[in-house]
Design a protein around this ligand. Structure first.
Ligand SMILES: Nc1nc2c(ncn2[C@@H]2O[C@H](COP(=O)(O)OP(=O)(O)OP(=O)(O)O)[C@@H](O)[C@H]2O)c(=O)[nH]1
Ligand SMILES: [Mg+2]
Length: 427
């Protein structure tokens, strides 16, 4: 099975909780604080692997989660870091954020690594919270939660050359003649359902990778036929071999076929018609082909290179391969994505946001507090310890939340909800 598009859900590890602990010394009931920090949660990392050729593994494992960090321990011992989750993908894989459809990373090299989600920071243990006023702090942070993200992962073949054209023009026959690839060949349309790759050796020692693609029809760029799904594979190719059935034995006009395919290539993104192209006039062994070719040439722009061949009798194949290799030598790699396709974010981290929160009056007359920064604070607070709770209250005051509540007329003893949890407002 050829898998080239998978949606997955990734999650980085939660940071371990910090610990509240105290040194135990002889004759000293409570020594100084000694609770260690929690370990960082594991990252989500993508890595290019030239040994892979499909995204099949991801199809059966769509929830990918890195390990959580270990909690801090006594004697100032920090918790172990959570193990990173490394997702190996074939070269030519693009990772999109499925929410905004922007490119996070394009994996083009072996062992190329991209950290997509950072693990949560470990919570600090109570060793960090002692001060002259509080020498025995019962405060520790909980670990930062992990991050989650839905991703769309696409594999685009890394072929140098693409064979494109209408159905039944002889694309699969051609690749079977020039490489060891053995796709199905038949006289009905859409014989080829998925791309076939073949390594092509030229007589002078050069070689390149060619892709035989399913036939394109009018409207392919809009999703008609099998087109759109496979136009994607042309994106990375540097040279296009546009195969045309010059015998016109199906009653089609070769020039109209040419126009139709050019239109689809142009309409599809990435401006595929700007790539160098050779028109391969195939089936020259058939009776009307010579006459059709003359008529075809008259209507074509003379700058377009046309090479007449017969895939069936192997006529002129050597010349076609030499010309193709020459064109490849003269053509640089195309950059697939414009800068505006890229997400500003490559690694999703817990960047310290501004101390923002959101205040809203609920149906029952109780104020609801929400917001990203507040959520992080809330999740990292250990509400089972008085001192931690008091620290949380101080942090709310610093954020200006007390002041805002007072302005709304909330009074001492009134209830306020923070992420659905009821708290009593103390003025
Ligand atoms: N006479 C002749 N027949 C050919 C030649 N090349 C291909 N054919 C025949 O044309 C038919 C279609 O060939 P395919 O190679 O399957 O065509 P395709 O372009 O891959 O078709 P799809 O995969 O359906 O898009 C088959 O019956 C081939 O034997 C040629 O050079 N001469
Ligand atoms: Mg085919």
């Amino acid at each position: 099975m050829f898998v080239d598009l998978v949606k997955v859900h990734v999650k980085s590890g939660k940071g371990g909780d910090g610990m509240v602990g105290f040194r135990r010394e002889k004759y000293v009931p409570k020594g100084g604080p000694s609770g260690g920090d929690g370990g960082r949660g594991g990252h989500i990392i993508f890595e290019g692997d030239e040994g892979l050729s499909t995204l099949l593994d991801l199809r059966y494992n769509r929830k990918l989660q890195a390990e959580d960090g270990e909690h801090g321990k006594n004697k100032r011992m920090n918790g172990k870091m959570g193990e990173d989750f490394i997702i190996r993908v074939p070269i030519g894989t693009t990772i999109f954020n499925d929410e905004d459809d922007l490119v996070i990373a394009d994996i083009t090299e072996h062992e190329q690594r991209v950290t997509v989600l950072e693990g949560g920071r470990g919570g600090r243990g109570n060793v960090h919270f002692s001060s002259s006023r509080n020498t025995a702090p019962e405060i520790a942070e909980k670990g930062e939660p992990g991050l989650e993200l839905p991703l769309r992962i696409e594999l685009k073949l890394l072929a140098d050359v693409a064979l494109v054209g209408m159905p039944s023009v002889g694309k699969s026959t051609l690749i079977s003649v020039i490489s060891k690839s053995r796709p199905k060949i038949a006289d009905y349309h859409f014989t080829t359902l998925t791309p076939n790759l073949g390594v092509v050796g030229v007589r002078d020692g050069r070689s390149f990778v060619a892709a035989d693609l399913p036939g394109l029809i009018e409207g392919a760029s809009l999703g008609h036929g099998l087109g759109l799904q496979f136009l994607r594979h042309i994106e990375r190719t540097r040279v296009i071999l546009h195969v045309i059935d010059m015998s016109a034995f199906e009653g089609r006009d070769p020039y109209e076929d040419y126009k139709t395919i050019q239109h689809e290539l142009k309409t599809y993104k990435y401006n595929l018609t700007s790539r160098p192209q050779i028109v391969v006039a195939n089936k020259m062994d058939l009776s009307d082909a010579k006459r059709n070719l003359e008529a075809f040439k008259k209507r074509m722009d003379p700058s377009v290179e046309i090479i007449p061949i017969s895939a069936a009798t192997k006529e002129n194949i050597e010349l076609l391969l030499l010309k193709t290799a020459d064109l490849l030598d003269a053509t640089p790699q195309f950059s697939l994505y414009e800068s505006e396709d890229y997400s500003d974010v490559v690694t999703y981290t817990h960047t310290p946001e501004k101390a923002t929160y959101h205040l809203e009056l609920g149906d029952d007359g109780v104020y609801d507090l929400t917001g990203d920064a507040l959520k992080r604070l809330f999740e990292m607070t250990d509400f089972s310890r008085d001192q931690s709770v008091r620290r949380f209250a101080r942090q709310l005051r610093t954020m200006g939340i007390d002041e805002a509540l007072r302005e709304k007329g909330v009074k001492d003893g009134d209830t306020v909800r923070i992420f659905g949890n009821a708290f009593e407002f103390k003025d």
